[in-house]
Design a protein around this ligand. Structure first.
Ligand code: G6P
Length: 603
C-alpha cells in the first residue's frame, strides 16, 4: 500500500531510474505519484494525480539529480489530489510515507502556526522535522525527536534542503529495505523484491539508514543507526544477496502482468509438487499430527484459499479446521485452543489485519505458521513455527492469480504430507491427482471463456457446491476486481433461501459443475435459474457436459476432467480466465483496478 523508492547514486542523474523503479512499485497504489530531488537547484518536488506515467509526462525535461525519492500513493488520509500526493514538502523538508500516524490531531496542536496544505497525516511529520532542524541543526537528531512523538505505523524517507548530500530512512511496522546495485546505486524501498539490486538489508523497527556522499568522491555510502531505547546508536547490518531477475518486472510478450501471471501457474504449482517430493512439508505435517484443530486466518483471496484448505483438511485429513477473516478475528475475542495450530496465509506477508491477528494469537500463546510469497516480509520473520514459501515469484498484478493457486498448492501439499503419516494409500491417490495439475492448467489455458454481459444486469451470481463454493467466492471477487460489476459467490444449495429472488431475464449465473458427487445437485440449481428466465454459464467437464443437455439460455465450457485435488485448480483458473476476458471486453485494466492496492497495510 503506497510504494516508496529512493536512490543515491554516483551518477549525475537518477530521475529516469527513479521513475522506472516507481513504475515497478505502482502495483502498491496508483492514485497519485510524486518525487523530490536534491538537485543543483536545491530540494525540488513534482507531483501528479494518477499513475506514474502522468508524473513522467509532467516532469520538466531538464530535471536532474544524483539523489532523490519517489512515492506512488493509495489514498488513506485525504483524497487522491495533487495536494495530498507525496512527497509532502514545506520548502525545507520533504517526506514520503507509508502507514498511518494515529496521533496526528495531537501533533498538529503542537504546531499552531502552520497553515496545513493537505489532508494527509504525513504533512505533520514534515513540519515537525523542519521545526526540530531549526532548533537542533542536525537532521538525524531532528528525525529522532520527530519519530519519538509519532504513534502509529510508518516507513519514512526524508530529505532536507540544508543537507544536500544526505537521505534518511526509518520505519515502524511498515517494511523498508535498503539495496545496492553493482553500479554503485543505493536504494531505499518499500518493496525490495521488484527493485534491481544485488544486495539488500531489511530495516528493523526503529532502524535508521543514512545515505551520505563520500567526502571528496562522487558516490554515496549507507550507515545504519537505531532509535531504540530513545538513543541514537550506530549499528552494523549485514548485506544479503538478492536473487532478483530482470524478467520479474517486465511483461515480456504478454499484454499485461495479469495474463503473464495466469500463464505462470503451471510452473508455480510444479514448485509445490517438488517441495512435497523433497519433504519440505514434513515438519509442519508432523506438528499437525499432534494437534486437534487448525485455524486459518487471512484476508481477500488468501482467505478464500484458506476456505478451500478447510474443505481439504476436513475431508481428507479429518482435522477440524476454522477459517476466519483477519479483521473480524482481531476484535471478536476469539478462543485459541492450546492444541491448535494457526496458519496465517498472506501473499504479501504485510497485510496489517493479518499482522494484527498474529498479535492476537501470540497474546494467547498460540503456535502459528506462515504461508507467504515474500520471505523477507514482516509475517515471514514473525513465524514462530513454520514458514512455507509460496514460491510464486513477485506477483505484480494487483488481482491475485498465481499467488492464489500457489496457496492452494502449498495447502494441498501439506494435507498430502499429513496423510502420508495417517493413511499413505489415500495420500498416494491425492498426490497422483495433484501431480496432474500443471498439465491440466495448460489445457485450460488453451480455451477462451466469455461471460455474456446482459445489459442492465444488476449482479452476477457464482454458484458452487463443496469445494466449488469457495472457488465461486473467489471467482466473484475476481470479477468485481477486474470489471467493477457486482458479483456474489453463493453455495448452490443456499440459492433457494434468498438469491433466487434476483433471477429474471437479466440475470447471469456462473455455475461450477465438475462431474463429481455433487454434480446432480448443482445441475438442479442451473435448472432453477433457467426456469426463471436467467442465463447460465456452466463450467463442467466432458462427463458433465454429456449429462447437462439444457442448451437454451446456457453457455457451457468444457474443462478437462479433474479429480478431488485437481478440480480446485482447474475451476479456479476457469474463473480467472472468465474475469480476465470480461475485463478485456469492457476495456478495464486488470493489472491496476481502480481503488485497489496489492498490499494493504492499513486496518
Ligand atoms: C489485497 C489484494 C488482494 C489480496 C488481499 C490479501 O486486497 O488486492 O488480492 O488477496 O489484499 O493480501 P495478502 O497479501 O495478505 O494475501
Amino acid at each position: 500500500m503506497c510504494g516508496i523508492v529512493a536512490i543515491a547514486s554516483p551518477r549525475t542523474n537518477i530521475v529516469e531510474s527513479l521513475l522506472d523503479a516507481l513504475t515497478a512499485l505502482e502495483y502498491r497504489g496508483y492514485d497519485s505519484a510524486g518525487l523530490a530531488l536534491l538537485s543543483p537547484r536545491g530540494l525540488v518536488r513534482h507531483r501528479a494525480v494518477g499513475k506514474v506515467k502522468n508524473l513522467r509526462d509532467t516532469l520538466p525535461a531538464l530535471e536532474a539529480a544524483p539523489i532523490g525519492m519517489a512515492h506512488t500513493r493509495w489514498a488513506v488520509m485525504g483524497a487522491a489530489t495533487e495536494a495530498n500526493a507525496h512527497p509532502q514538502f514545506d520548502g525545507e523538508t520533504a517526506v514520503v510515507h507509508n502507514g498511518i500516524i494515529e496521533n496526528v490531531g495531537e501533533l498538529k496542536s503542537m504546531l499552531p502556526d502552520i497553515i496545513w496544505e493537505s489532508q494527509t497525516d504525513t504533512e505533520v511529520v514534515v513540519h515537525l522535522v523542519s521545526s526540530f532542524v531549526r532548533k537542533e541543526r542536525d537532521l538525524l537528531a531532528a528525525i529522532k525527536s520527530t519519530v519519538q512523538l509519532l504513534k502509529g505505523t510508518f516507513a519514512l524517507v526524508i530529505l532536507h534542503k540544508d543537507f544536500p548530500d544526505m537521505l534518511v530512512a526509518t520505519k515502524r511496522i511498515n517494511p523498508l529495505s535498503v539495496g545496492k546495485s553493482n553500479t554503485g546505486d543505493l536504494f531505499v524501498t518499500s518493496d525490495i523484491a521488484v527493485i534491481p539490486v544485488e544486495q539488500y538489508i531489511d530495516l528493523e523497527d526503529d532502524d535508521v539508514c543514512v545515505m551520505r556522499k563520500r567526502v571528496g568522491e562522487g558516490d554515496f555510502f549507507a550507515e545504519f543507526y537505531t532509535f531504540r531505547h530513545n538513543k541514537l546508536e550506530k549499528i552494523e547490518k549485514t548485506w544479503k544477496d538478492a536473487n532478483q531477475t530482470a524478467t520479474v518486472t517486465s511483461i515480456g510478450d504478454y499484454k499485461n502482468f495479469t495474463i503473464k501471471e495466469i500463464h505462470e501457474q503451471p510452473n508455480v504449482i510444479q514448485k509445490s509438487i517438488n517441495a512435497l517430493n523433497r519433504g519440505d512439508y514434513i515438519p509442519i505435517a508432523q506438528e499437525m499430527m499432534n494437534k486437534s484443530a487448525i485455524n486459518i486466518i487471512a484476508c481477500g483471496s488468501s482467505f478464500y484459499a484458506g476456505l478451500i484448505g478447510k474443505y481439504w483438511l476436513e475431508r481428507f485429513g479429518r482435522l477440524l479446521t476454522n477459517v476466519e477473516i483477519s479483521s473480524e478475528f482481531n476484535y471478536r475475542y476469539p478462543v485459541i485452543t492450546k492444541n491448535s495450530l494457526t496458519l496465517f496465509i498472506s501473499q504479501s506477508g504485510e497485510t496489517l489485519d493479518t499482522l494484527k491477528a498474529m498479535e492476537v494469537v501470540r497474546a494467547e500463546q498460540g503456535d502459528f505458521a506462515v504461508i507467504t510469497n515474500v520471505l523477507q516480509s514482516t509475517m515471514a520473520k514473525a513465524a514462530t513455527r513454520h514458514l512455507l514459501d509460496l514460491g510464486a515469484g513477485p506477483e505484480l498484478s494487483v488481482v491475485s492469480t498465481k499467488a492464489f493457486t500457489a496457496q492452494l498448492a502449498v495447502l494441498i501439499g501439506v494435507v498430502i504430507q499429513y496423510l502420508k503419516f495417517k493413511d499413505p494409500r489415500a495420500a498416494d491417490i491425492l498426490q497422483e491427482d495433484f501431480e496432474r495439475v500443471p498439465g491440466l492448467l495448460s489445457q485450460v489455458m488453451g480455451q477462451n471463456y466469455h461471460l455474456p454481459l446482459i445489459p442492465n444486469a444488476s449482479s452476477i451470481l457464482y454458484l458452487g457446491r463443496g469445494i466449488c463454493y469457495p472457488i465461486a467466492l473467489e471467482g466473484a471477487l475476481k470479477l468485481k476486481e477486474t470489471t467493477y460489476i457486482h458479483a456474489e459467490g453463493y453455495p448452490g444449495g443456499e440459492m433457494k433461501h434468498g438469491p433466487i429472488a434476483l433471477i429474471d431475464a437479466r440475470a447471469v449465473s456462473v455455475i461450477l459443475a465438475p462431474h463429481n458427487e455433487l454434480f446432480n445437485k448443482i445441475v438442479s440449481n442451473a435448472h432453477e435459474v433457467i426456469a426463471r428466465g436467467g442465463h447460465v454459464v456452466f463450467f463442467t467437464d466432458a462427463a458433465g457436459n454429456a449429462e447437462f443437455t439444457q442448451r437454451a439460455n446456457s453457455t457451457a465450457y468444457v474443462m478437462p476432467s479433474s479429480g478431488p485435488v485437481s478440480e480446485a485448480f482447474v475451476y479456479s483458473l476457469g474463473m480467472q480466465a472468465l474475469a480476465y476476458d470480461a475485463a478485456g471486453g469492457l476495456g478495464c485494466d486488470p493489472d491496476r483496478p481502480r481503488n485497489l492496492a496489492k498490499s494493504v497495510t492499513v486496518e
